[in-house]
Design a protein around this ligand. Structure first.
Ligand code: AMP
Length: 317
């Protein structure tokens, strides 16, 4: 199939720190697995990151790091267009246009906003408007599918609603309705305490952790003392081994939590160490990674401009 006839896959990750194992299994692995079948565009959501990271050096370092991470997990730069969100400022223009057709009560129903409010955080306007910038990211490419974890499902629904609303108000067919791509087995991956793995819960295993970090984190997995299957250990373990293998292992070591944690440590290290080695190699040449990002943005700009011309024309700008 030629690039033109392939469907468009789009997804991105915030550059707010190191990606973790749940980002990988919940979303990033799907980018790799699907890279031959789609016209894939994977971005670094540095504009979204600004809602929480407000330090120049930290943000730009995180952004470069995430580009290196994408390459290290096996995204092939010949097949996937990896780019930086802020290199396509047209998405912010489109987000503004979408803002003008979106009501405040509608956005107040977003889970991410409600969670932030419940934690009584000072919610900035950027965080409140997060789903609309995400809708612009997705719709500007006429994306067909968006691989994400379950926590992002509502945001894809918001993108679909926004596309429909825009098409209706301005009597056009400009925007296509994207579909979420969520694998049920990894839709919400738990962390070391059994709650959803996330940086903000501080219960995550970084994807490129050192052996010592892995040992410490696995040893800190919360287990109960009833002697049954240590659910929190098992739920992380099943990311790395199939259920048949685990059934045997957990039977053999019934009630022996330490031995099971040691087996998990071994399996995580076996998985992460080649990724880490590849990452170290790629990180030796940050300039070519930066150049790749710039060139990819240039390439996408042609299509994005075409799309924005249609949008501006449709709304009368
Ligand atoms: P973010 O860090 O919010 O940019 O998330 C990047 C991707 O990882 C998104 O597609 C999320 O849905 C996914 N993700 C984050 N945490 C989890 C989790 N605990 N389980 C499954 N997917 C997740």
């Amino acid at each position: 199939m030629t690039e033109k006839s392939k469907k468009v896959l789009l997804s991105g990750i915030k550059s707010t720190g190191r990606p973790h194992v749940a980002n990988y299994f919940g979303a990033m692995k799907q980018y790799v697995d699907l890279q031959n079948d789609y016209d894939s565009r994977i971005f670094i959501a540095d504009l979204h990151s600004l809602t929480t990271v407000q330090n120049k050096n930290e943000l730009s370092q995180n952004t470069l790091d995430l580009a290196i991470d994408y390459l290290a997990i096996g995204l092939d730069p010949e097949k996937v267009t990896i780019y930086k969100q802020s290199d396509l400022p047209e998405v912010t223009e489109l987000a503004w246009i979408f803002n003008c057709i979106t009501t405040v009560p509608y956005l107040m129903r977003a889970h991410a906003f409600k969670d932030a409010e419940a934690k009584s955080k000072e919610v900035n306007v950027g965080l409140f408007d997060y789903p609309i910038l995400m809708a612009a990211d997705i719709l500007i490419h006429n994306s067909d599918i968006v691989p994400v974890g379950k926590d992002q499902k509502q945001h894809i629904e918001i993108a679909r609603d926004t596309a429909e609303k825009f098409n209706r108000i301005f009597s056009t067919e400009i925007f296509k309705l994207p579909e979420p791509y969520i694998l049920p087995s990894v839709e919400t991956i738990p962390g070391v305490d059994g709650l959803k793995m996330s940086k903000s819960n501080n219960n995550h295993i970084p994807l490129f952790s050192t052996d010592d970090e892995i040992k410490k984190l696995v040893m800190s997995i919360v287990t109960d003392s009833n002697g049954g299957v240590p659910v929190n250990v098992y739920n992380i373990h099943k990311l790395f081994r199939d259920e048949e293998y685990l059934a045997k292992l957990y039977k053999e070591h019934e009630g022996k939590y330490k031995a099971l944690k040691e087996a998990l440590i071994e399996d995580i290290i076996a998985f992460i160490s080649p990724l880490r080695a590849r990452r170290e190699e790629i990180a030796k040449d940050p300039e070519s990674v930066r150049l790749m990002l710039k060139n990819n943005a240039k390439k996408l700009k042609v299509e994005v401009d075409e799309m924005m011309n249609k949008v501006r024309e449709a709304v009368g700008l």
